[in-house]
Ligand binder design. Structure first.
Ligand SMILES: C[S@@+](CC[C@H](N)C(=O)[O-])C[C@H]1O[C@@H](n2cnc3c(N)ncnc32)[C@H](O)[C@@H]1O
Length: 227
């Protein structure tokens, strides 16, 4: 089974418990980070935005609430995650779409912004996905990413490492009945690009004005740039 199929099956399996786990693991900070993503995407009052890897739809919903006249698309390859998104935000005019970030079913230059929360550490080929996002963005359009990032080896490292290696899988067992899915989260975080290297990957894919901000003791990063 490819990494993509395994990731898809994993999110299909945890969709019903995903939001609860997110709130607990991040100590209630996750929505604040998503609002930062929306803020970094610029003014989209009349724009068209794609929230890729939308999962249960929080970022797409924040866009739709902030910009009622924008056209908002929430895309993901897990049908169960999309089903949760549809149920949670049925009153919002969001277009929910099954799609794979490796091969987006959109024409060139079609979005004013593309955002994604916790997508890149789940894909096999980050440069390929970044190039695909670049393709569907209009010139001047914004890319904004929210993801985990490997913690720096400083004084806090032993505590953060213990939380990632034992705390999160334990919570996964207790709250989501799926320790393996949350052990995967830890593994994919520790093995992911450092924030600076991810910024370089954005530049290599053709984005300009690339920047990032680290959050939550350096374990979360928001990256942005423009086509
Ligand atoms: C950790 S969840 C994040 C959900 C949401 N963005 C949030 O802020 O909570 C990651 C999502 O990425 C989706 N995903 C992973 N790889 C993908 C791919 N190649 N194409 C589309 N969606 C993908 C998964 O199905 C899952 O819903």
């Amino acid at each position: 089974m490819s990494k993509g199929s395994q990731v898809q099956a994993m999110f299909d399996g945890i969709a019903g418990r995903y939001d609860l786990m997110n709130r607990v693991m991040t100590m209630g900070q996750d929505q604040r980070w998503r609002r930062l993503v929306v803020g970094k995407a610029g003014d989209l009052s009349k724009g068209r935005v794609l929230d890729l890897a939308t999962g249960t739809g929080d970022i797409a919903a924040l866009f739709s609430q902030k910009y009622p006249n924008a056209s908002v698309v929430g895309g993901d390859f897990s049908q169960n995650m999309l089903g949760e998104a549809q149920n949670r935000f049925s009153s919002l005019p969001i277009q929910w779409m099954a799609c794979d970030a490796n091969m987006l079913p959109f024409s060139d230059n079609s979005f004013s912004a593309v955002t994604f929360g916790y997508l890149l550490r789940n894909v096999d080929d980050v440069p390929r996905v970044l190039r695909e996002i670049h393709r569907v963005l209009q010139p001047g359009g914004a890319i904004v990413s929210l993801d985990t990032t490997p913690p720096a080896k400083n004084m806090l490292y032993p505590f953060i490492n213990a939380y990632l290696r034992w705390g999160i899988p334990l919570m996964g067992r207790m709250l989501a009945s799926d320790e393996a899915a949350y052990a995967y989260l830890t593994g994919s975080t520790l093995g992911f690009y450092e924030a600076c290297a991810l910024a370089n990957a954005f530049s290599d894919a053709g984005f300009q004005n690339v920047g990032y901000r680290k959050l939550m003791c350096g374990t979360i990063a928001v990256h942005w740039g423009h086509k």
